[in-house]
Design a protein around this ligand. Sequence first.
Ligand code: ADP
Ligand code: MG
Length: 246
Amino acid sequence: MGEKAEMIRVEKLNKSFGDLHVLKDIDLEVNESDVVVLIGASGSGKSTLLRCMNFLEIKNSGNVIIEGETIDPKNNDLNKVRQRVGMVFQHFNLFPHKSVLDNVIEAPLTVKKLKRADAEKEGKELLAKVGLADKADVYPNKLSGGQKQRVAIARSLAMKPDIMLFDEPTSALDPELVGEVLSTMKSLAKEGMTMVVVTHEMGFAREVGDWVVYMHDGRIVEKGHPNDIFNDPKEQRTQDFLSSIL
Ligand code: ADP
Ligand code: MG
């Protein structure tokens, strides 16, 4: 009763690039409306793990199970899977020659074949949700980095994903623009979106995270509630990492 549905399960996941063994026996479970924050030094495998979760990278061994379905890259339509698992990147890559609204509705029009009027209605609602209702007709080069990233979030939400992955969504932003993106992510979390977030923003991890996962050298060293990880980490390596950044 009341148990949360499992959204993503990663089992004994291994990923190498040539001789470089990047992910080592990763086990991770993400349940409905969880916010899981992945932390760890540069090169520890955080991006690769996210990319394996929406099949931008294909594992060497192990399983990635999305909403109970073990995804086989040979048999599943990965574009369909990616509609269920949205991703937001450090660099937003908006189409420069399309208006903000047209950026948001591009995939619903072309992939989901929505009628333009319906797509525009939904797109405007999403822009309102990320606080950019007044920017629908503007071109990306007129936006700040924080606004562009919020458009990228709206664009990803337009496919109605069940899960959202964020890979350092604020790392490329000027410090004064970080807060607006984090608060957009926070409201998404409050609405119950299932999220996996790679970030160096420890305030966000503490405040919004349900779980914090510390990765080192391709392994999950420790996973716990933010209070436990930040106040009372069990592993020496977690303590060392946290004292190096806090
Ligand atoms: P993080 O996101 O934690 O900084 P990454 O997952 O990006 O770590 O990278 C983990 C390791 O894998 C690094 O040593 C990186 O250089 C390597 N790596 C990542 N992507 C590739 C790739 N496409 N080809 C070769 N090596 C890669
Ligand atoms: Mg990375």
